[in-house]
Ligand binder design. Sequence first.
Ligand code: HEM
Length: 630
Amino acid sequence: MYTYIEIFVVLFSLVFLFCYSFHKKRGPWNNWPLIGVLPALLKNHHRIHDIIVEVMEKGSLTFVMKGPRFTNMKLLITADPANAQHILSKNFGNYPKGSKFKDIVEILGDGIFNVDSEMWKYHRKMAQFLLSHPQFKQFWVEKIWKKIETGLIPILDHVAKQGLEIELQDLFGRFTFDTISTVVLDYDPRTLCFDLPNFPVSKALHDGEEAIFYRHVVPACVWKFQKWLGIGTEKKYREASKIVDNFIYGCISRKREEMRKNSQSNACKVGPKLGVDLMTLYMDEIRDSGEIGSNPDKFLRDTVLSYFVAGKETTSAALCWFLYLLSKNPHVLAKIKEELDVSMAQAKDHHGDEKIIWDRYDILSRKFKEVGDKLIYFHAAICEALRLYPTVPFNAKTPIKPDTLPSGHKVDSSTQIIFSMYALGRMKSLWGEDSYEFKPERWILETRKFRYVPSYQFLAFNSGPRTCLGKNMSMTIMKAAVIAIISKYHIQPVRGHPIVPDVSLILHMRHGLKAQFVKDKGVLVVSNGFAELVARAVAVPAEPVAPIVLAVEPVEPVAQNLTGPIDSKSLPMSTGPLDNTCPQTPVALDPANPMCPSLGPPCSTNFLSRPTADTPSNWADSFYRWTVLS
Ligand code: HEM
C-alpha cells in the first residue's frame, strides 16, 4: 500500500508540474490548467485511464503536456491509430526500446522485451520458430487442460459446494503462473491448490512489476538514488531479482541434469511424438549458436523470464475482466454457450458419437482443436473484453531522430510518447457511439465471419514487427479456462465489491474480483418481459419421472434488451407461478407438460417464456439464476 501511495504522490507531482507549465494555446486543458485540471485529477486519481479518455473525447486523439522549462520534457499522449501505425510499423526503426527502457526493466536482462537491432532479430526469429514448434504446441495444449482439470476445477467445485467467496484475480494469477511455468520450464510450482500457498517467486514478479512502474513514472535520478541507497521499491526490486534468479537458474540446472541423464541412457529427450517444454527446445537450439554470448545460462534466464513476464499477468488479468464482463452481460454469456452447443453438436455428429451425451466441458476438453476455431462469437467476445480492458494499457516510445507524426505533432528525443491502449479502445470516433458497451457483435460481419480490425486500432497485442508472439497461446488459455468455468458454474460477483482498473503496468482490478460460484444448470434471463431460459447441455434423464423443482432467485438487475433474432426452434415454456416478490420460492416445472420440453434430452436449445397476464411487470430487466433442486 505504501508503495502505491508513493507512486501516486510522485505521478501526480509530475502531472502537477506538467499542468503548471502547460502551453496555454494547445491541448484540451487550455484554460486555467492549474486550478482547472489538478483538482479534478486529485479527486479522480484512481480514474487516470478514464480521465485520459474523457480528455480525448472532448479534444483530439493526441495531446501534449510540457514539463517545467528547466526539464525540457515533453509528454505526448495519443490514441490515434495513424500515429500507432507510423510509430510501430512504418517508421519502426526510429522508435527502438532504447537504453532508458533497458535500464528501467533491467531485471529482464537481455531478453526479447529489452533488446533492439540484431539481438532482438535473433530473439524474435528463435521465438517465432520455437513457439510454433508442433511438439511445443502439443505440450502446452495438454498442460493447460491438465492444470484446468487438476487445479482450477477442484478448487471451484469446492468453493461452489461450500458456498464460499473467492478472489478470482489471485486465483487466475496462480492458474497462469503454474501454467506458464509448466509450459516454459517444465516445472509446476503448484500454487493453485486448496491451501493457496504463498510462492515467493510469484510475489517477487509482482514486486518487480511494481518497481518497473515506479521507475517509469519518476525521474531517473530519483529511482537511481533510491537504488543506490537500497530503499523503497528499489530494495524490493533487488530482492525480487535475487529470488527470480535463484528460481530460474535452479530450473535450468535441473533441466541440464535431466538432459544429461537422458543422453547417458540414450533416451531420446524430444521423442518424435512427445510434447516438449520451451526451455528444452531452447537448450537444444542454442547449443551451437555463437549469437548468444559466452554465458548460455544467462541467455536462457533472460529468455524464459521474458516469457513469464509476457504471459502470466497479461493473461490472468484478461481472464478476470472477461469473466467479470460475462457476469454483467448474461445475454452474451448465453450466446457463447449456444455457440458452444452448436459446435459440440457438430463435433458429435462428425464422430458419430451418439451414445454418449457429452457436456460442453467434456467435449471441448477432448475436441478443443476441432471446435476452438469455429467459436467466432466467443473469440469476438474476448477481443471485445480486451478492447475495453487491454491488459497492457500503456506503451511508451521515444524517437531517436526528430519526426512528425501523422497527427501533425513534432517529436524528438526529448519527447516521451505514450499510447493509451485503454483510450484507443473506447474512442467514440473509432468504435461508434456505443463504444463503452460490451458488444461482441461489433466484431462480426453480416456474413457471420470475423470482422478484421487493423492491429494499430486494436492494440491489445501491440502492432507491427514487435507484435505479441503469445497471442495464440493466451487466447487458448483463456478460451479453455472460460469454457471449463461457464460450462460448470454460474459466477456471481460479490455485491458491492468495487471494480476499478488499477494504475499499473498491467491493467489489474485494484481490489480484485470477489465472486461466488454456483454449480450451473442454466440461466434464466428475463428482459423486457421475455424470459430466455438457457439450458445447459447436461445429461438429463431421458424419461423424467418426477417434477423438477427450480429455485429461482434474482441475481442482479441488468439493464439490457435481448438482442438478435430469437431462435426459431424456441418454444414457449410454462414457468409456473414465478413469484418475484418472494424470489426464494421454489418453482415447480412439470416435465410431463408438453410446454416444458427443456427437460427432455439433450436440452441444448434456448426456450422462451412469453409474458402472460400473471407475469409481474417488474420482471423486465432482471436476471435470475436457477438451480435444479431435485
Ligand atoms: C492476454 C494476454 C497477452 C497480452 C494482452 C499481450 C500483449 C502484448 C503486448 C502489448 C506486447 C508488446 C509489448 C512491448 O512492446 O513493450 C507483447 C509482446 C510480447 N508478448 Fe504478449 N501478450 C499476452 C500474452 C502473451 C503470452 C502468453 C506470451 C508467451 C508466453 C506472450 C509473448 C510475448 C512476447 C515474446 C512479446 C515480445 C515481442 C517482441 O518484442 O518482439 N504474450 N504482448
